[in-house]
Design a protein around this ligand. Structure first.
Ligand SMILES: *[C@@H]1O[C@H](CO)[C@@H](O)[C@H](O)[C@H]1NC(C)=O
Ligand SMILES: *[C@@H]1O[C@H](CO)[C@@H](O)[C@H](O)[C@H]1NC(C)=O
Length: 498
């Protein structure tokens, strides 16, 4: 009897002791922010962001502090996560706490203004993300999208023919073609490639993408935008946005009036949006303002990233002639020279799929994806990530994660093939980011990349402008990481038929 009481009392003591210890540990843990460089008074770690060689700075930080690095800017903490497993843990498993956008970021506050989908959070984001995904899904089902892209590819290939095997550059041509796709899908509009308004639009998009690389500092110190000389290009970005909006508004105003009566009458995104607005009574989030922001995002997010990936594809083909030859063999033995590739060919072109995956991995067009924000306190690896912290996922570190990609710096499409030569999906390939904010246009991009790249290889052999010097594999430092401008020669694989 006595021993039972003793055991019970003893048991209770042990449980209590454990609780106390865990409370102590927990409260100790509370003060444990992730490691990082010691912040200076007032300035915090802002010197890190002065536009110099940021890449080298980040590299050093990761080498010194590891996979979770905490920086301090003013009153804001910014935490950078590296490595595929950790990124998955934070942005997928802890998605409840990590899905919002940081409202204080310059791009989100001043350019996106919390509208659209890329720039919004909460209910607005949820509602419009679902709406856009449904719209895209319906366009896929009606095979509208595929036909549209195939049509565009034909024009695009003609333009490369027009260069007549002279040194050429791809940026503008691919930009205008992808813009045509986006415009058709968005508002049933197409432009000739030399249309002055189109060229102006592309210039504005290019600039915004480039300047956005400087705007990180503005995320944390909005007052920097008042510095003389527009050092962080805040004013230029605002002007560019103004131009793009004016342009979009003109296009909307030029449309024949009227809202479609029925879902079957929907021709483009604007139709779908207006029909939805009409069907919602009273307070609606389907306003002209929201529409302009969504269309703006279609361009900024859609045109630039796919275009950069396709330019990387050419760059890697120049550098890996053997890979280019294998691509050509596969395409020509499956399709010949005449038949234009369609998505029905996708499952049969395993090497092409592997090549495109490897281009996405090495090209790494969105190295930090977009910034997220902690909507509540949470813990990762025993570190506290405080509510309101800005969260960045280091996608580069996932795409080059040695745990998943052997010899990660090497360009080797074979890593995506099994011993039979069949394409194998690898979950750690996350060029479109991961979690609830994974790129909306992912499936559209997949079709664009496949159809543009296979058609290019079917028609041309890509050679360096100067046989003795290959263009350097060097990326731009903006929101999107495309190759720096380079020239090449597109040699016809067969004589042109006029
Ligand atoms: C992301 O990881 C890569 C690869 O380790 C590293 O070179 C880069 O500096 C990191 N970037 C940031 C912003 O931490
Ligand atoms: C856009 O599409 C139109 C109509 O199909 C075509 O005439 C034009 O050349 C295309 N523009 C570009 C830049 O490819």
């Amino acid at each position: 009897m006595l021993s039972v009481t003793f055991l019970v009392t003893g048991g209770i003591c042990v449980v209590l002791a454990c609780m106390v210890i865990s409370l102590i540990l927990r409260s100790r843990r509370d003060v444990h922010l992730p490691p990082g460089p010691t912040p200076l008074p007032i300035l915090g770690n802002s010197l890190v962001l002065v536009p110099t060689d940021k890449l080298a700075v980040y590299k050093r930080l990761r080498a010194e502090f590891g996979d979770i690095v905490c920086l301090t800017f003013g009153t804001t903490k910014c935490v950078i996560f590296s490595g595929y497993d950790l990124i998955r843990e934070v942005f997928v498993k802890k998605g409840d706490a990590t899905t919002n956008r940081p409202p204080q970021s310059f791009f989100i506050k001043s350019i996106q203004k919390g509208y659209g989908v890329g720039g919004s959070s909460g209910n607005l984001w949820k509602e419009h993300r679902t709406f856009i995904l449904n719209f895209l899904r319906k366009s896929f089902r009606r095979e509208r999208l595929e036909g549209l892209i195939e049509h565009e590819v034909t024009h695009y290939i003609k333009r490369i023919h027009d260069a007549n095997e002279k040194p050429m550059e791809l940026r503008r041509i691919i930009g205008t073609s992808l813009t045509n796709v986006t415009l058709t899908l968005g508002m049933s509009k197409r432009f000739e490639h030399d249309d002055a308004r189109l060229i102006q639009l592309l210039k504005a998009i290019d600039d915004i993408m480039l300047y956005s690389g400087f705007s990180e500092a503005l995320c944390f110190f909005p007052a920097l935008k008042y510095l003389p000389g527009d050092m962080f290009h805040a004013q230029s970005m605002l002007d560019d946005k103004e131009d793009i909006f004016k342009w979009l508004k003109e296009l909307i105003d030029e449309r024949p009036g009227g809202v479609p009566e029925h879902e079957d009458d929907i021709e483009d995104f604007i139709d779908a949006f207006m029909l939805e607005a009409k069907s919602q009574e009273g307070d609606t989030t389907y306003t002209e303002h929201q529409l302009l922001h969504v269309l703006f995002e279609f361009f900024v997010a859609g045109v630039e990233t796919s275009g950069a990936t396709i330019r990387w594809a050419v760059m890697f083909m120049l550098h890996n002639k053997d890979v280019q030859d294998k691509l050509a063999d596969e395409i020509i033995s499956n399709l010949g020279y005449e038949r234009t590739p369609t998505m029905a060919d996708h499952p049969h072109l395993n090497y092409c799929q592997a090549f495109i995956s490897e281009v996405q991995r090495c090209g790494n067009v969105a190295p930090l994806s977009g910034p997220h924000s902690a909507s509540k306190d949470f813990y990762v690896n025993d570190y506290l990530i405080p509510k309101g912290a800005t969260l960045l996922m280091n996608l580069t570190s996932a795409l080059k994660d040695p745990k998943y990609f052997d010899d990660p710096e090497a360009f080797r499409p074979e890593r995506f093939l099994d011993s039979e030569g069949t394409y194998v999906v690898q979950n750690s390939l996350i060029p479109f980011s991961i979690g609830r904010r994974i790129c909306l246009g992912k499936d559209l991009a997949k079709i664009e990349l496949f159809l543009f790249i296979t058609s290019m290889v079917q028609n041309f052999e890509f050679l360096p402008e100067d046989p003795n010097t290959l263009p350097e594999i060097l990326g731009c430092d903006g929101i999107s990481h495309g190759p720096v401008t380079f020239k090449f020669i597109a040699k016809r694989r067969r004589p042109v038929k006029m």
